[in-house]
Design a binder for this molecule. Structure first.
Ligand code: GDP
Ligand code: IMO
Ligand code: MG
Length: 443
């Protein structure tokens, strides 16, 4: 296992000591990051989340057992040192119940949480729900309070992890920021008592007490780990087009989801980055609202959803499915600077013939080869497809690249050509073992 697993990060650095790798989702989230992180974690000492919150749902399948992780990094099953960086928005209830669930399965969760991590308070969730209800054009948020927790970070009105370990600090903070929150909730027709509701505060403080010994300085820990020649894997959540700057605004999440965000959020210098792995699905999905030019609204889209079990890990909502979009793929390569890609869910395309790849868009009578900046324009783009012949053979137990049907290999290599980045791993099923590592290309 070790020797094959190493290949995915072999392209840039020859040995794994002091390796700092960032992994992000290359599309609209749910690309299979959890699976790939779990695999890579075998070779890393530390796995750290750097943004997002429990809007994420990362699935790891080991020996037929499925773990759905929302906050605990996906290196948990390999028993790695796990960290939650200060750029994460953290719901302590979710974290605590996730830790307990894993530990009840015999998995020791060696986790550190940065003292500055923003806490999602019950009022953030209330505000998220109220705001979404009031919107005529919905975003389709996960209703986890993500956006409003980040608003408070930027507004400098956040509760931090460190505040939960000190009742006096939390009390002082809520006295300062509470009245404005209560007014905002009342103005939106909600129940303002949620802001300083004593049972909620007691529950948060109780969890704070339990997590106190796990509070750490993540930037310091990672930098020291790298100095000590340990390897660190930064686990992205969501995907490139949910990024609050570069995504399909306003239909995005509220954090920075591309690779550069890891350095900023973790307090690690950019020169420390060794490689950036993108996880990309062999087709495309999106959950929630917003444009997706290659969406299939027909039976084929439904078939992809059922075959790929495309239902949200966090909310259970049906994911919208469509053909691979090479224009968005290329933009993602630019946004993230990928050094290699892991292609997931190739098995879901088995039996579809032809398989289409979007290689251009038509917009206002013009043909374009790169997504327009404006979300409104992106929603108006008509995809132009290239057809690839499909295959019918079951590929879910293929172990070597050569065991894939030629047409499946042609598809993988066509994506590689279009994106200009090596696909170093191909996933053919949810299980750990259903992964094919490709040999390092010769120069
Ligand atoms: P993440 O948010 O990027 O970690 O992805 P999710 O876990 O939300 O969704 C990916 C889903 O696809 C999960 O149910 C995985 O178990 C599953 N999965 C991952 N890779 C493959 C694959 O190659 N084939 C199939 N059929 N399922 C996969
Ligand atoms: P992982 O890490 C897919 C989507 C929501 C909604 C938008 C904003 O599992 O890939 P938010 O609650 O963040 O304010 O919702 O972002 N979204 C995701 N879609 N995968 C995710 O995470 C997502 N996290 C948020 O559906 O459209
Ligand atoms: Mg997910």
């Amino acid at each position: 296992m070790l020797s094959t697993c190493i290949k995915i990060v072999i392209y840039v650095a020859a040995n794994l000591t002091a390796m700092f790798t960032i992994l992000t989702g290359a599309q609209f989230g749910d690309e299979g990051k959890g699976k790939v992180i779990d695999l890579l974690a075998e070779n890393y000492d530390v796995v750290v989340r750097f943004q997002g919150g429990d809007n994420a749902g990362h699935t790891v399948v080991v020996g037929g057992k499925t773990y759905k992780l929302h906050l605990v990094p996906s290196g948990a099953i390999f028993g790695r040192r796990l960290l939650i960086g200060p750029g994460v928005v953290l719901n302590p209830r979710v974290l605590w119940s996730e830790i307990q669930a894993l530990e009840s399965e015999g998995i020791e969760v060696n986790i550190g949480i940065d003292a500055k991590t923003t806490i999602i308070m019950p009022y953030h969730i209330e505000l998220d729900g109220l705001r979404e209800k009031a919107r005529t054009e919905k975003i389709g948020t996960t209703n986890r309070g993500i956006g409003f927790a980040y608003v408070d970070k930027i507004a400098r009105e956040e509760v931090q992890m460190g505040d939960l370990t000190d009742p006096a600090l939390l009390d002082a903070k809520l006295s300062e920021i509470g009245p404005a929150k209560e007014k905002a909730i009342a103005d939106m027709g909600g129940d303002p008592t949620v802001v300083r509701y004593a049972p909620f505060i007691d529950e948060y403080l109780e969890i704070g007490k339990k997590l106190k010994d796990r509070v750490t300085d993540v930037s310091r820990e990672i930098n020291i780990a790298l100095i000590e020649e340990k390897s660190v894997l930064a686990e992205g959540a969501q995907g490139a087009f949910l990024d609050v700057i570069h995504g399909t605004q306003k239909f995005v999440t509220s954090s920075f989801t591309t690779a550069g965000s890891a350095c900023v959020n973790l307090g690690v210098g950019p020169v420390m980055v060794d490689n950036v792995v993108g996880v990309i699905k062999a087709y495309i999905t999106r959950v929630g609202e917003g444009p997706m030019p290659t969406e299939l609204k027909d039976d084929l889209g439904v078939m992809m959803r059922e075959k790929g079990r495309e239902y949200g890990t966090t909310t259970g909502r049906a994911r919208r499915c469509g053909w691979f979009d090479a224009l968005l793929g290329l933009k993602s390569v630019y946004l993230n600077g990928y050094t290699e890609l892991a292609l997931t869910k190739l098995d879901v395309l088995t039996g579809i013939d032809p398989i289409k790849i979007c290689v251009e868009y038509k917009l206002d009578g013009e043909t374009i080869g790169y997504p327009p900046e404006s979300t409104v324009d992106l929603a108006r783009c008509e995809p132009v497809y290239e057809d690839m012949p499909g295959w019918t053979e079951d590929i879910t137990s293929a172990e070597e690249y050569d065991q894939l049907p030629e047409k499946a290999r042609d598809y993988v290599e066509r994506l590689e050509d279009l994106l200009g980045v090596d696909i170093s791993a191909v996933s053919v099923g949810p299980g750990r073992e259903q992964t094919i590592y490709r040999d390092e290309p010769e120069d």
